[in-house]
Ligand binder design. Structure first.
Ligand SMILES: Cc1ncc(COP(=O)(O)O)c(C=O)c1O
Length: 423
């Protein structure tokens, strides 16, 4: 679409125009080489794009590379992907999202990104700017600082993640009430670093807090750890669907970022997705803006990984394979909770995902304690200075080794070294 056509299409969903950053407003795909090549797809002689092929669209792939992708369709896996990603993969991922929704929400087709970080970065570029803050519960995944603030200059506004043992919906309302103009809210469930996702009875309150907010609001649902829910009574799916159904097209754009990284245990594949609560022509226009940002940074995503994810989504054994991983992580989760309780090690509430977060006692510094754990106990964890706590990634420890891990942690956490100060 031309920049003018994009503007016209986006009028169908007025919130988009109200929320776009200056870069988001400029973002448009020029009528460039990929578009001209696509138009010439049916021609007898296609002398368009710079891909080395047999003249029929099959790449002259070097066997030393191609043999590692032997089960994939060579034309799909070894040629450029479209800026939006492989079309069939986009359709399949849409079905994958819809399968988790009771009622189909309004949504665009997903755009394929080079991992979930990239999908968040695209949302940041589209909607944040120095005068358009990002609101996040604290503590949060520290990469949001680099993905958003470092790139777009948007300030981060925080509110405490928990109120007691529950998600802090009153805190969310309070921080939103301080906003006077367009902003972006990021909700990451299951969360990194807390390992918390809402119980079923928490979700209506979160949605109401968003919907009652009177100013334009983009909401990014970071669903990186979707499917890893371990307790009965949890909401147990992304809040994207329910939020999108409740959203007001005048004020809200809900963005879902997710991907193969954790859900399909394909960390290095770098296949993520961004999907907007914007259907029809406006949704196509917003997806095209995302594709323009892709064209301007990585040009197009990695084809072998997209092909492999597509094949996995079409595999009849995928669901059983995912269920197995969930079982393995569930065992680790329960072993961790039992061991923490047995050793009376305090932890923030956690019920999902890959992590738990251990608050440190008064006088113990997170970075110092992390170093002591390496030196004295041969244990590696991550310091979370935002709340002076340690993040434990139980997803990478065998269930049978978890009691030993917690024993080692407890030895240090219970014995603060002399002379330390709290951060
Ligand atoms: C909350 C959260 N979002 C997004 C990501 C990034 O995923 P990816 O590796 O696909 O960029 C991570 C990775 O650790 C994460 O913890």
């Amino acid at each position: 679409m031309s920049p003018e056509a994009l503007d016209v299409a986006l009028r169908e969903h007025p919130a988009v125009g109200r929320l776009l950053s200056p870069l988001g407003r400029r973002a448009a795909l020029p009528f460039g080489i990929p578009q001209q090549s696509a138009e010439a797809k049916g021609c007898a002689r296609r002398a368009t794009i710079g891909q080395i092929t047999d003249g029929e669209g099959v790449p002259l792939a070097l066997p030393s590379i191609a043999r590692h992708f032997a089960d994939l369709d060579r034309s799909e896996s070894m040629l450029y992907t479209p800026q939006h990603g492989l079309q069939r993969l986009r359709t399949r991922w849409r079905e994958h999202i819809l399968a988790a929704c009771d009622t189909p929400p309004p949504m665009s087709l997903p755009v394929v990104t080079a991992g979930i970080t990239h999908a968040i970065s695209i949302c940041g570029e589209l909607f944040t700017a120095p005068d358009r803050p990002l609101v996040i519960p604290l503590p949060y995944w520290d990469n949001y600082d680099t993905i958003v603030t470092m790139r777009t200059g948007a300030p981060i506004r925080t509110f405490p993640f928990f109120q007691g043992a529950r998600f802090n919906t009153p805190g969310l309302r309070a921080v939103l009430a301080e906003l006077t103009g367009p902003a972006t809210l990021l909700l990451n469930f299951p969360a990194n670093p807390t390992g918390y996702a809402p119980m079923a009875d928490e979700v209506d309150g979160i949605i109401a807090a968003v919907i009652d907010h009177p100013h334009p609001l983009a909401v990014i649902c970071d669903d990186a750890y979707e499917t890893l829910f371990f307790e009965p009574g949890m909401y147990g799916r992304s809040i994207f669907g329910a939020l999108s159904l409740a959203a007001d097209p005048e004020r809200h754009v809900i963005c879902k970022v997710d991907g193969a990284t954790k859900e399909l245990v394909f960390f290095g594949g770098r296949v993520g997705f961004v999907t907007f609560s914007v259907p029809g022509r406006a949704g196509e226009a917003l997806a095209e803006k995302a594709a323009a940002l892709i064209r301007s940074t990585i040009s197009s995503g990695p084809a072998p990984a997209q092909s492999a994810v597509l094949a996995a989504l079409e595999s009849p054994t995928l669901a059983a394979e995912q269920a197995h991983v969930l079982d393995v992580l569930g065992l680790r989760y329960r072993a961790l909770k039992a061991a923490l309780d047995a050793h009376a090690v305090p932890y923030y509430p956690f019920n999902s995902g890959c992590f738990c977060l251990l608050p440190l006692p008064e006088g113990m510094d997170a970075e110092h304690t992390r170093k002591r754990l390496i030196a004295e106990q041969s244990v590696g964890v991550i310091q979370i200075p935002q709340v002076n706590a340690l993040r434990v990634a139980f997803c990478g420890i065998e269930a049978e080794d978890i009691p030993d891990l917690v024993e080692r942690l407890a030895r240090v956490i219970r014995q603060p070294a002399a002379g330390l100060t709290t951060t």
